[in-house]
Design a binder for this molecule. Structure first.
Ligand SMILES: [Fe+2]
Ligand SMILES: [Fe+2]
Length: 319
């Protein structure tokens, strides 16, 4: 058992072994300047990944032409980046303090805790670069209503606040683990899209860091799960489902408001908005988005307990 634990430790540490030479914060600061941007200069490129916004293909949006399509993508990008900025500082970095200071009391090694601080530094820089690009795109498009992005962050923090104080630190770890394992899937769509160069570079650099974060948190999950007491395990297995669902809940009004803002009529905007809301699409997004999360949990032994298999199947997250 002890040998097994130390090999997981080594795996988690290995992920960050080239941090000084590879992390975006150490190697590529300030490479995301949009001041030279012109629409003509970058023909056939988008502000964001159309795959993330399937409703662009809806006739009610499509009929407005490319300028509206780009305005919507720009708005989506700013929303995504503002959300990222808050997520990094208020969710992921709050979660990593649980690990960096071993607040669950698992006896984590000093090296493992130090690695957590490197991830903390990465996320702080991701917040900086996301905010920088969001500000530039907002200025180009005159986007003002940016406070909407924090709804999901508020919901996640509220969820953590509902747990018994004895489980608060564990809840933060779970939220961090879910966040860091679902984010890469979101970013992977980017590497296949044709996005304006400075934005693309920023998103790709973020993705490179996140692939490592996802691995680190996956290894940590095994360490935490195997070190947890029965009471902690019971808490975790229920809370993970809630956390996953919270990450795939859509903003209550963003889509409707923004479609209207770029000129889509209110009735069509509402129809498109409503199709994305509701339990069935929410469930489909959660299931499709949490595959890396489930893989990491499988490796930890989580699904050796038939109750956990049943719980996840009933929640619609596994077969
Ligand atoms: Fe990040
Ligand atoms: Fe991360």
């Amino acid at each position: 058992m002890i040998e097994e634990m130390s090999s997981i430790d080594t795996d988690a540490l290995q992920v960050f072994s080239d941090w000084n030479d590879a992390a975006t914060v150490r190697t590529r600061p300030n490479a995301y300047d949009l001041s030279g941007w012109t629409q003509e200069g970058e023909q056939d490129k988008d502000w964001f990944v159309p795959a993330a916004t399937p409703w662009l293909a809806d006739e009610a949006v499509h009929c407005h032409g490319d300028a509206v399509r780009q305005a919507i993508l720009a708005r989506y990008l700013v929303m995504f980046l503002d959300y990222t900025t808050e997520l990094e500082t208020r969710i992921v970095n709050r979660a990593i303090t649980t690990i960096a200071h071993d607040r669950i009391g698992l006896g984590l090694s000093p090296a493992l805790k130090l690695t957590g601080l490197k991830l903390y530094a990465d996320e702080a820089y991701h917040a900086v670069m996301s905010a920088e690009v969001a500000n530039q795109v907002s200025a180009i498009y005159g986007i003002a209503n940016r406070e909407v992005a924090s709804e999901r962050v508020r919901n996640i923090r509220a969820l953590v606040n509902t747990v018994e104080p004895a489980h608060t630190e564990l809840a933060w770890f779970v939220v961090g683990f879910v966040s860091e394992t679902v984010i890469t899937k979101e970013f992977l769509k980017i590497s296949k899209a044709t996005v304006y160069a400075p934005v693309y570079r920023m998103l790709r650099d973020h993705l490179e860091d996140e692939l490592k974060h996802s691995l680190y948190f996956s290894h940590l999950f095994t360490i935490v799960w195997q070190g947890a007491s029965d009471t902690q395990k019971t808490f975790m297995s229920g809370f993970i489902v809630q956390a996953i669902y919270e990450f795939f809940r859509l903003h209550e009004t963003w889509l409707f408001e923004n479609l209207k803002c770029v000129g889509v009529d209110a009735a069509s905007a509402w129809l498109i908005h409503e199709r994305q809301q509701g339990h069935a699409p929410h469930r489909a997004r959660a299931r499709a988005g949490c595959t890396a999360t489930i893989t990491a949990m499988k490796r930890s032994g989580f699904f050796k307990d038939p109750m956990n298999v049943k719980r996840f199947a009933e929640a619609g997250l596994i077969e």
